[in-house]
Design a protein around this ligand. Structure first.
Ligand code: PEP
Ligand code: MN
Length: 356
């Protein structure tokens, strides 16, 4: 789908990277909201986030203050001049958020997985002109993420951004949600005009990962960061381990090294020329390999031999894996490539076998 998008950068916001959205995971009390907001505003943050309705994994936990918290956000806007953003998961959330003067909404990871819910939100947003940010679905399904973007676009929203918050997995040894960077990278390749935010708080799930993940996002040319901040993180009613104070946020942001997206040094151009050359050679070799494979196919057909000969395939896999290891290549990577090549060879030989 070809999209004609407009900038999500609201008036008064510096469009240079990173655009920062920050605030508590949840609005808890008016005092907590105001104290956090003032701390952030004093450090130049222009967009304030706070969850009003919290989609929690299990019932019985704190599920957000609900509508009660909307006037607090309104007060943030009036007293600090910051824009205010919150998560919406139903059409009623959209209606109430808009009534309260929310400037920007985001769709949470647990909502993006559900096309019915996204469509309901999209319908509620018809005729509204505010930026809408769409978090990736909890599962690593790029098409589902793109589908949600298309539904929101289909409702006439033109200021769209996405948020990479990592993907749920059973393994939580390091990350709360796996970064799987290749997924947002592929999204960016397919939809280069949509600004991408990184949410290092929900990817890492712990404070100490916020800085390195933010740096990685900047090195991958992300446009912005969504970082949870709380005036008293340890006492937070949700996501306490991953929130930082406005002071720490300021420290983290100041340490970021922002490299110029467009800068290409001479050395880099030279290295890129070498890569282009190698890719050309790789493709030529692959084409040559497929030609030989087809010749083998002709031979097998003439001699009534089957295409698949497992001992030979196992031998190829084994020998090449050893070769790869000796060349310091990642074993899984070598195996995957060989499997792909072998599959294509089989496909080519099947064509030959089926020819009259
Ligand atoms: C949040 O941003 O507070 C949130 C609930 O995040 P996610 O949808 O990424 O889990
Ligand atoms: Mn949170």
């Amino acid at each position: 789908m070809k999209m004609e998008l407009e900038s999500i950068v609201l008036p008064g916001i510096d469009p240079s990277r990173p655009i920062v959205i920050s605030g508590p995971c949840s609005a808890e009390t008016e005092e907590q909201v105001m104290q956090t907001a003032k701390g952030l505003a004093a450090r130049g943050i222009k967009i304030f986030r706070a969850g009003i309705w919290k989609p929690r994994t299990k019932p019985g936990g704190f599920e957000g203050v609900g509508t009660l918290g909307l006037p607090w956000l309104k007060r943030v806007k009036e007293e600090t001049g910051m824009y205010i953003a919150t998560e919406v998961a139903t059409k009623d959330h959209v209606t109430e958020a808009l009534q309260a003067g929310i400037d920007m909404v985001w769709i949470g990871a647990r909502t993006t997985v559900n096309p019915f819910a996204v469509q309901e939100i999209a319908d509620a947003l018809k005729g509204v002109d505010i930026p809408v940010l769409i978090k990736n679905p909890v599962n690593p399904d790029l098409e589902l993420w793109i589908g949600a973007i298309e539904r929101i676009y289909g409702a006439g929203i033109r200021r769209i951004g996405v948020i990479h918050r990592g993907f749920s997995s059973y393994d939580k040894k390091i990350y709360r949600n796996l970064p799987l960077w290749h997924i947002p990278i592929e999204l960016h390749r397919r939809m280069p005009d949509i600004p991408i935010f990184c949410d290092p708080s929900h990817i890492g799930g712990k404070r100490e990962l916020i800085a390195p993940l933010s740096q990685q996002a900047m090195d991958l040319s992300f446009d912005g960061l969504l970082i949870e901040s709380h005036c008293n993180p340890d006492a937070a009613w949700s996501d306490a381990c991953q929130q930082i104070t406005p002071e720490v946020l300021d420290y983290v942001l100041n340490l970021l090294v922002i490299r110029d997206v467009h800068q290409t040094t001479e050395n880099l151009s030279e290295l890129r020329r070498q890569i282009d050359n190698i890719d050309e050679q790789l493709l030529e070799l692959l084409s040559k390999r497929m030609r030989i494979s087809r010749e083998i196919g002709v031979y097998k057909k003439e001699h009534n031999m089957p295409i698949l000969q497992s001992p030979r395939y196992n031998e190829i896999l084994e020998k090449r894996s050893d070769m790869g290891e000796a060349l310091e290549l990642n074993t899984d990577f070598v195996k995957e490539i060989l499997q792909e090549i072998h599959e294509e060879s089989v496909r080519q030989q099947m064509i030959i076998m089926n020819q009259q």
